[in-house]
Design a protein around this ligand. Structure first.
Ligand code: FES
Length: 177
């Protein structure tokens, strides 16, 4: 979690560390691209980097929830990473709303950062309201993600939809090739 410059798919990290270490700070890569020996530099975004770095330093709602009402797990076909989300509901003003959402991630730093901000946003939403949120909306507090990282937000969307029993439309690949 401490090395922002290694923001790559965890499944690839151990095999490609020498390549990754050579990347300049601020470039996003993904293992599917590294596997094909392609590295796609993305315009440096200081604001996004600092927001993700901040979320990684102090991730919110991290960890298993023993008394959860719903659990969802999803894996990304793009990178092999996984994310699990736990949700607890409560009654509020005659509505059943999300009291708390937590997560565990076997994914990259961006997925962790999105899950951190998303689980904060979910509090107080009904299941239908939560189900209608896209990965982009769940990642909104971080700002727009670069194309190669959109699937990281979709991993969070997929875990949420899995937990809420919604048809899973995510993660899906929106990367430009
Ligand atoms: Fe796999 Fe982000 S690179 S979830």
């Amino acid at each position: 979690l401490s090395d922002w410059s290694s923001d790559v798919c965890s499944s690839d990290l151990y095999r490609r560390r020498s390549q990754i270490a050579a990347l300049p700070f601020g470039e996003f890569v993904c293992n599917t691209r590294l596997t094909s020996n392609m590295i796609v530099p993305v315009k440096k975004n200081d604001e996004l980097e600092s927001k993700i770095e901040e979320a990684i330093k102090n991730p919110r709602n991290l960890g298993e929830m023993k008394d959860a009402d719903a659990i969802g797990t999803v894996g990304s076909a793009d990178c092999g990473d996984m994310l699990r989300m736990w949700i607890k509901f409560k009654e509020e003003n005659g509505r059943k709303v999300i009291d708390r959402a937590t997560f565990q991630s076997f994914g990259c730093q961006t997925a962790i950062a999105v899950a951190s901000v998303a689980t904060e946003m979910l509090r107080g939403k009904t299941a239908d309201e939560a189900k209608s949120m896209s990965g982009e909306e769940l990642a909104a507090p971080l700002g727009p993600l670069p194309p190669v990282k959109i699937h990281c937000a979709q991993l969070v969307e997929g875990a949420l939809r899995s937990a809420l029993g919604a048809e899973t439309t995510a993660p899906r690949s929106n990367r430009s090739e």
